[in-house]
Design a protein around this ligand. Structure first.
Ligand code: PEP
Ligand code: MG
Length: 591
């Protein structure tokens, strides 16, 4: 039966393909008692499933050893293979099948619970963490038992129509999503999440269509259902009829054509019709994203979210590993600048290797807690390692240092002192770095935008993080789909703060860029240009579309219109004026 569901459109485009459910619901298995005469067959079924799961891990191991595969993949495959081979798990299951006549799935879940409970008692945090690996191994065997093997990692390139693999989940963490970079995912939908959650941001960086905040999609969809994900309109169509399918295939082809046309803009300069040069930089999460930035002709990296280097692993990356990662981006960008942001961990971005550090207890309100620079200042040793690694990379190109989530003058001062300490320790070690490296701050907290003077006096440049600025100005958790409709980038208070920051930077002669998701939204390009923005930073996938807007804009014409827009307070009037700015005919409902 065909039906459609609506959510938050977070990453444009259309995917058509089969559903792949990702869920812990797999652990909710059938419980039944076997007849005595079926026990031997059930034991055989279980052993076969274990062997198949083992073979899956072997082939994953082969994939993990190809050049360019992430190092964590091979580490987790090895741990999983060890757990599967350990009789503590499998012997217990066999006993439950034999002695209690439990079906294999039920026996597996019971034995898992037993083992996991023992792990909970370990003092050692690392060992406690292994619990998750056991659950994942059990899920792998259960999938085989239930005939639902996961083929994610071994998927081949799409061969025909409707061949996208669409991940459907209740929720995906940024750490889950970043792993999609190595897999061929056509699109994804989640029940939770907001449009600027980091999960959505990673989707945009992958340029795969995504809809989040669907609320009830996961329980209504079955594995292998045919799905259409319209990431531009925020619609998911389940089991579409032939007419709808035809229409969406056509639209998908048109979008691909548009994309091909946009590629022609790669080499040209990004200048407005009245000759203003506009810099378009790339936001990246992992070193390999630098290649995409180069492909679309980015003017540099405006935001390297380094926290993603710390995710999906048990050990922190040491100074050398970080240095190599930063240097590889610097080298890939040649003489173009690379803005490296220090660790912004906390809120929705978690790294298990950091769980036992400062602020170990669960924060009652993580977005307002010990996040980003607050965390780094509370962990001076860890901060020093990162600062040294970034400074070392600055020896190989144009590196800028960016500090997230600053609100207080004393935080800026403490950060500058930490940078000085890192510099003098490198001098002591006779290691080269750029002594005049520029240091900038992110404007993401309303207090920072309002008391901008203390930032302008202390820092070399500023970058407005509109994702958090909106979250904190409107008191809307950016990851919470229940309040997503209230997350409004065009709220007059948000526009006032952005305009004030840009204007103050211009007066003080301090460059200000925008690196939040606003910068990559082509419907806001003219508004931001009219507000005075000349440096945008966004995901590589968005650069060419924004560039095409820049090329068709005349700042001298639109600046007075934007000034008028900024004097408005009624949301409907603001939208009407924005439409006018974008050359869109006024909508009937606004008149
Ligand atoms: C922002 O807050 O706008 C930003 C760019 O940082 P992040 O999205 O990583 O929090
Ligand atoms: Mg932020």
């Amino acid at each position: 039966m065909t039906f459609s569901l609506h959510g938050q459109a977070v990453s444009g485009g259309i995917a058509i393909g089969r559903a792949h459910l990702v869920s812990h619901a797999i652990l909710e298995v059938a419980h039944y008692q076997l007849r005595e005469r079926d026990v031997a067959a059930e034991l055989g079924r279980f052993d076969k499933a274990v062997a198949t799961a083992g073979a899956e891990l072997d082939s994953l191991r082969a994939e993990a050893s190809v050049p360019g595969a992430p190092a964590e993949l091979s580490a987790f495959v090895n741990v999983h293979a060890m757990i599967l081979a350990d009789p503590t798990l499998t012997d217990g299951v066999r006993e439950l099948i034999r002695d209690r006549r439990c079906n294999a799935e039920w026996a597996m879940v019971q034995q898992m619970q037993l083992v996991v409970d023992q792990f909970d008692e370990f003092e050692d945090a690392y060992l406690r963490e292994r619990k998750q690996d056991i659950v994942q191994v059990v899920e792998r065997v259960l999938r085989v038992l239930q005939g639902k093997q996961r083929k994610l990692a071994r998927r081949k390139a799409p061969t025909g129509a409707d061949d996208d693999l669409i991940v459907v989940a209740n929720d995906l963490s940024p750490a889950d999503t970043i792993q999609f970079k190595n897999l061929k995912i056509g699109g994804f939908v989640t029940d939770m999440g907001g449009s600027t959650s980091h999960t959505a941001i990673v989707a945009r960086s992958l340029a795969i269509p995504a809809v989040v905040g669907m609320q009830h999609a996961r329980p209504l969809i079955q594995d292998d259902d045919l799905l259409i994900v319209d990431g531009t309109r925020g619609v998911l169509i389940v089991d579409p009829d032939a007419g709808v399918l035809r229409e969406y295939r056509l639209r998908k082809t048109e979008l691909e054509l548009d994309r091909t046309k946009l590629k022609r803009l790669v080499s040209g300069r990004s200048r407005t019709l009245d000759g203003e040069h506009v810099e378009l930089h790339a936001n990246i999460e992992l070193p390999q994203d630098a290649e995409r930035a180069r492909e679309v002709g980015a003017d540099g990296v405006g935001l390297f979210r380094t926290e993603f280097l710390f995710m999906n692993r048990d050990e922190l990356p040491d100074e050398d590993e970080q240095f190599e990662a930063y240097r590889s981006v610097v080298k890939a960008l040649g003489d173009k600048p690379v803005t490296i942001r220090t660790l912004d961990i906390g809120a929705d971005k978690e790294a298990r290797a950091l769980r036992n550090r400062a602020g170990n207890r669960a924060a009652p309100n993580p977005a307002l807690g010990l996040r980003a620079i607050r965390f780094c200042l509370a962990e001076p040793q860890l901060f020093l390692v990162q600062l040294r690694a970034i400074l070392r990379a600055s020896h190989y190109g144009k590196v800028k240092l960016l500090i997230p989530m600053l609100a207080h003058a004393h935080e800026i001062d403490a950060t500058l002192a930490a940078v000085e300490q890192a510099k003098s320790s490198l001098r002591g070690d006779k290691i080269g770095f750029d002594a005049s490296i520029e240091i900038g701050g992110m404007i993401e907290i309303p207090a920072a935008a309002l008391a901008i003077g203390m930032f302008l006096r202390r820092l070399d440049f500023l970058s407005i993080g509109t994702n958090d600025l909106i979250q904190y100005t409107l008191a809307i958790d950016r990851t919470d789909e229940q309040v997503a409709p209230l997350y409004d980038p065009l709220h007059p208070a948000v526009l006032m703060l952005v305009a004030h920051t840009l204007h103050s930077g211009e007066k003080a002669g301090i460059p200000v860029s925008v690196c939040g998701e606003l910068a990559g939204d082509p419907t806001l390009t003219r508004l931001l240009l009219g507000m005075g923005l000349r440096t945008f930073s966004m995901h590589p996938a968005q650069i060419l579309e924004v560039k095409s807007r820049v090329l068709k804009s005349n700042i001298a014409e639109l600046a007075p219109q934007v000034r008028r827009l900024l004097r408005l307070e009624e949301p409907a009037k603001i939208r009407e004026q924005l439409d006018r700015l974008n050359g869109v005919a006024p909508r009937a409902d606004l008149n």
